[in-house]
Write a protein that binds this ligand. Structure first.
Ligand SMILES: [Zn+2]
Length: 482
């Protein structure tokens, strides 16, 4: 199948950077890009009119947990006593004896909803550091059904995080989860690597810096090399982790990770905000240099940080220090377009510099930055030979007004809701804002049922048996219906 996209501004690739091609044309043949330029005469089976639109490389989202937004709504927990257990560890520090695995159908819906949400909002490739457990063959089937690209394998860690009956937060060694978890990840990768025409790729996911002991991380590095896959680990995402690593290993988190050998050009650190020198960490600076020297990528999720009232310091300072940055959404909305704006605006505020964190820099992070972290020269750019992963965005909205520079306009005003067409591997998976593969209304209804079930049962996992309403009262008093 040959698809030609005519008109609009095509964001092409010069070989070293993105370049804007006004009134451009792009030809897709099979699953890759055949030509990018202005020639609209080449034969095609389907022609898409992109006038008034921007034709972008598919975005690379380095942080999509394949689960529902159940935990995100608990982020706003204002109970000070729960500061450690609830606010920071939104991924869950339940009571040990109250842990209950979610039912398989709920896991499947969470996965499908998150991956679809990211895809529809422009992320043609996502790094999934873990969502619901189990049913791994089903996971691969879901990726096949939706049509996006995913880097995934089940996460593992040598220590779990729990809350006790008094609300104290603690780590517990779990020999059954560390090595066996890594083994499961390897099995997953060996079985599914390359599935769905290469749309499923393996990545090793040691879960968090403070939950993985050094030998597990060293083994991860060796296995990743053997399997030739990248690595993701959460690090520098909260102050608690920084203090825990300092206390346990006697060094700040970046140094700790560097000594295990895990920092390298094919590793992504999810978040990496809290380190020596950050205004919220009373510890001397110096770790930024290690990030730059090792070539690791920081998977920056500015919106999630902003929700929790902290910020990377700063996007520009990292870049100036030579640190590689990609972008991730982490939390809902899985909207990589808005995430670019958060990255830009928050960096400007941190540096008190209105001309900082330019749109080009955050656009690079959301495209070639992410592709580089995954070792992909055929993603995140539109040039002959690259994979045909393309996003077409309508800029003729009253919200934008007349557009002079489409990249600036997209970063300053854009939203994933403006995305009309998403093409992955040469196939149109979102057409005029609708999935060509699934019934979105049905998925939405299923997600609502799943979320309600989890909220209704929240007291069962809370250390103090509180309901969601008790933890976060509704914004306004809610009238009881008869
Ligand atoms: Zn995460």
């Amino acid at each position: 199948m040959r698809i030609r996209i005519d008109g609009g501004v095509v964001v092409g690739w010069s070989g070293t950077s993105h370049e804007l091609i006004p009134d451009g044309s792009l030809l897709v043949e099979g699953n890759s890009i055949k030509a990018v330029g202005t020639d609209k005469s080449q034969a095609a089976d389907k022609v898409i009119d992109a006038s008034g639109k921007i034709v972008c490389p598919g975005f690379i989202n380095l942080h999509v947990h394949s689960q529902l937004n159940i935990g995100d709504y608990l982020l706003a927990d204002v109970t000070k006593k729960d500061y450690l257990a609830a606010n920071w560890f939104v991924f869950g520090a339940p009571l040990k004896e109250k842990i209950e695995a979610p039912p398989a159908p709920a896991v499947a819906i969470g996965r499908k909803y998150a991956l679809y949400s990211a895809l529809k909002n422009g992320s043609t490739t996502v790094l999934d550091p873990g969502g619901g457990p189990g049913a791994l063959d089903d996971y691969v089937a879901i990726v096949g059904q939706l049509g996006g690209r995913v880097y995934f394998s089940p996460p593992y860690r040598s220590h779990d995080i729990f809350t006790d009956a008094q609300g104290h937060h603690y780590y517990e060694e779990r020999p059954d989860r560390g090595r066996p978890g890594l083994k499961s990840a390897v099995e997953f990768i060996k079985k599914h690597q390359g599935a769905h025409n290469g749309r499923v790729q393996g990545i090793l996911n040691p879960a968090q810096a403070e939950t993985c002991e050094p030998s597990l991380l060293k083994e991860t590095v060796a296995v990743a090399k053997e399997l030739d896959v990248p690595i993701h680990i959460h690090a520098g995402g909260n102050l608690r982790e920084f203090l825990q690593v300092l206390d346990t290993h006697g060094k700040p988190v970046v140094e700790y990770l560097a000594e295990t050998g895990i920092l390298g050009p094919r590793t992504t650190l999810g978040h990496m905000v809290f380190m020596g020198g950050h205004s919220r960490v009373d510890y001397p600076a110096g770790e930024m240099r290690l990030l730059a020297e090792t070539g690791v990528t920081v998977g920056h999720c500015p919106h999630k940080c902003a929700k929790m009232a902290f910020a990377m310091e700063s996007f520009d300072r990292y870049l100036e220090a030579g640190v590689k940055i990609g972008l991730g959404t982490d939390t809902y909305p899985m909207d990589i377009v808005s995430e670019m704006r958060y990255a830009s605006l928050i960096s400007r505020m941190v540096d008190k510099n209105a001309s900082g964190a330019r749109p080009a820099a955050v656009f690079n992070a959301a495209t070639i930055g992410g592709a580089d972290a995954l070792g992909r020269k055929d993603l995140g750019r539109l040039c002959a030979g690259a994979k045909a992963d393309i996003v077409i965005i309508n800029l003729r909205h009253t919200r934008y007004g007349p557009v002079r520079d489409p990249i600036n306009a997209l970063v300053e005003y854009g939203s994933g809701a403006d995305i009309e067409t998403v093409i992955v591997d040469g196939e149109i998976v979102i057409d005029n804002g609708r999935s060509t593969h699934i019934d979105e209304a049905e998925l939405f209804a299923q997600a609502e049922v799943g979320a309600k079930r989890a909220w209704d049962n929240w007291a069962g996992r809370d250390w103090n048996s509180r309901s969601v309403e008790q933890i976060i009262p509704p914004a306004f008093p809610t009238r009881k219906l008869p």
